[in-house]
Design a protein around this ligand. Structure first.
Ligand code: ATP
Length: 268
């Protein structure tokens, strides 16, 4: 038995067609991707190339038209506690405090209140929100709300964290700080992360590998192995090596954006 193949996540031949009365939307075309346990992979591509669709299929919120998702050798057929997802839009319960939001999933899993509070406190510390545990989301900044959302996803201890543009609504400075915080959290509590982003710098800065997607229907065009040293801080963004990765990614994204603009069919 080859145990190597059973480790991690496998996206196998995944295609997605959304039926629509104005004609079918061919969103994803035969995506194949293997992600190792504790690996950080960014998904980068032009708008509408199917990044969120792929994440939603992995999460079990959407069904693939063709192909399958395997995790540690088992096919995933719906949502499960082994995966946690954070969206761009703030998805906290407004009537619950920070701590109650983080405890929510734990209580669903019938973890007793004392343990749930302790676990929540641990993740509140990890994302630097000690002192805010009793506040409600509407009294927090966007960055703080996303920290709660990340803590909430992590508190359930998923094997896989799926992040769909989690910093997309934040200003540039907050975004930079959140990237460093995410790296810190990931280093202290390593798990597989798949993150969708439009931001080339962000994709490179965070990831072990960047999967570059073609314009719709999304295919994986190229995978960049990011061999920047870890731990990383923002200084790495000014290094020659970083610039080289950025140039490579920019070239491909630009080519795909031009195809999109010219309405050229790709991936056929
Ligand atoms: N529920 C749906 N029904 C019909 N079409 C859909 C649905 N969801 C997504 N699509 C279409 O599928 C394609 C891929 O969408 P998706 O949101 O996955 O792309 P994306 O790369 O995440 O886009 P963006 O970067 O703009 O968020 C788009 O053309 C979109 O309009």
């Amino acid at each position: 038995m080859n145990t190597q193949i059973e480790q991690g996540l496998d996206v196998i031949g995944v295609s997605k067609i959304y039926p629509s009365k104005n004609g079918d939307v061919f969103a994803l075309d035969e995506i194949n991707l293997h992600v190792k346990p504790k690996e950080f992979v960014s998904l980068l591509g032009t708008s509408g190339c199917g990044k969120s669709t792929l994440l939603r299929i992995i999460c079990g919120l959407e069904k693939a038209t063709q192909g399958k998702i395997m995790h540690c050798g088992k096919e995933l057929t719906g949502p499960g506690a082994d995966r946690g997802m954070v969206f761009q839009a703030y998805t906290l319960f407004p009537w619950m405090s920070v701590s109650e939001n983080i405890q929510f999933g734990l209580k669903q899993q019938k973890i007793n209140t004392k343990n749930a509070k302790e676990i929540a406190a641990h993740y509140i510390d990890l994302v630097g929100l000690r002192g805010f545990e009793h506040q409600h989301p509407n009294s927090l900044s966007g960055g703080m709300r996303q920290r709660v959302a990340i803590a909430r996803a992590l508190a359930n201890n998923p094997d896989i964290l799926l992040l769909d543009e989690p910093f997309g609504a934040l200003d540039m400075q907050t975004r930079g700080v959140m990237q460093e915080l995410l790296l810190d959290v990931w280093q202290k509590s390593p798990k597989m992360i798949l993150m969708v982003t439009h931001d080339i710098d962000e994709a490179i800065f965070l990831a072990d590998r960047v999967a570059l997607m073609s314009s719709r229907p999304g295919k994986i065009k190229e995978i960049l192995n990011i061999s920047l040293e870890r731990p990383r801080d923002y200084h790495v963004k000014t290094t020659q090596k970083f610039m080289e990765y950025k140039a490579q990614a920019t070239e491909l994204i630009r080519t795909e954006s031009m195809k999109l603009l010219k309405g050229v069919q790709t991936g056929a």
